[in-house]
Write a protein that binds this ligand. Structure first.
Ligand code: MG
Length: 248
């Protein structure tokens, strides 16, 4: 969507802040022995108490309030009581919600206990990549500039982006046009103008970017089995640069 009124902006800030708070709540509970299903139940209670609904359930009848992807799972990991976190793993908390008719979406990858150097570097590179994309999201720039900045930052650190997985417009629905590529796609010749609301969400790997669909029909995993990381914010393009809606 494109923001037209101060009331719309306030509503987006409210839902964005709640996404941030939910992720913080879950991050505090990530520990060896915790199941992804238990994390999802925590999110459901937290959000229900605040009058919010799950974007994935609302939009896709997805089998979980949140998407929680572990290690080689890249995105849309289905929470499960059987998937118990182990020390040294990476887990991605991806939270998209609706509050009072407005949507916001963010993700972050967190370590379970202490992780090895390769995993912590992957997470830090993914954050840098998102940061580079957000800095490029200036009025007058294009989505291709954003994708170029995201991928350049990843490559500089020796990583690849999963090109098939993209960010998106958001606001009145969870997924709206335009597609926000994490690479300089030819079709990303879309100028950014103040008021536009979108997500930027690079997913990085040190390995190959071939994806496979798991048998649950939702989870997308890296075919080579290597861990991946995912960082996402919902932003609004403003005159002075992007406003990050999904932060505290
Ligand atoms: Mg998203």
């Amino acid at each position: 969507m494109s923001v037209d009124t101060p009331e719309q902006l306030e509503a987006l800030r409210r839902v964005g802040r709640l996404v941030f708070e939910t992720i913080a709540h879950l991050r505090g509970a990530v520990a060896p022995g915790m199941s992804t299903g238990a994390l999802d139940r925590m999110a459901a209670e937290f959000l229900t108490a605040r009058g919010a609904r799950s974007g994935p359930i609302l939009t896709y009848a997805y089998p979980g309030w949140t998407c929680i992807s572990v290690e080689e799972q890249v995105v849309h990991g289905v929470p499960s009581e059987r998937r118990v976190l182990r020390r040294g793993e990476l887990v991605t908390l991806d939270v998209a919600i609706e509050l009072d008719g407005y949507h916001a979406d963010a993700a972050t990858t967190v370590p379970v206990g202490t992780v090895d150097r390769s995993r912590s570097d992957l997470v830090s590179a993914t954050r840098s990549s998102l940061g580079a994309g957000m800095r490029a999201a200036q009025p007058g720039a294009t989505l291709r500039d954003v994708g170029a900045a995201v991928e350049r930052a990843a490559r500089t650190r020796g990583y690849r982006v999963f090109r098939e997985l993209t960010g998106h417009g958001i606001g009145r629905a969870m997924h709206e046009p335009p597609t926000v590529f994490s690479w300089p796609a030819p079709e990303a010749d879309v100028a950014l103008s103040p008021g536009m609301v979108l997500t930027i969400e690079p997913m990085l790997t040190a390995g190959r970017t071939r994806l496979i669909a798991e048998r649950d029909g939702w989870t997308m995993s890296a075919r080579d089995g290597l861990p991946s990381a995912h960082e996402e914010h919902t932003i609004m393009i403003a005159e002075g640069g992007p406003e990050i809606l999904t932060q505290g």
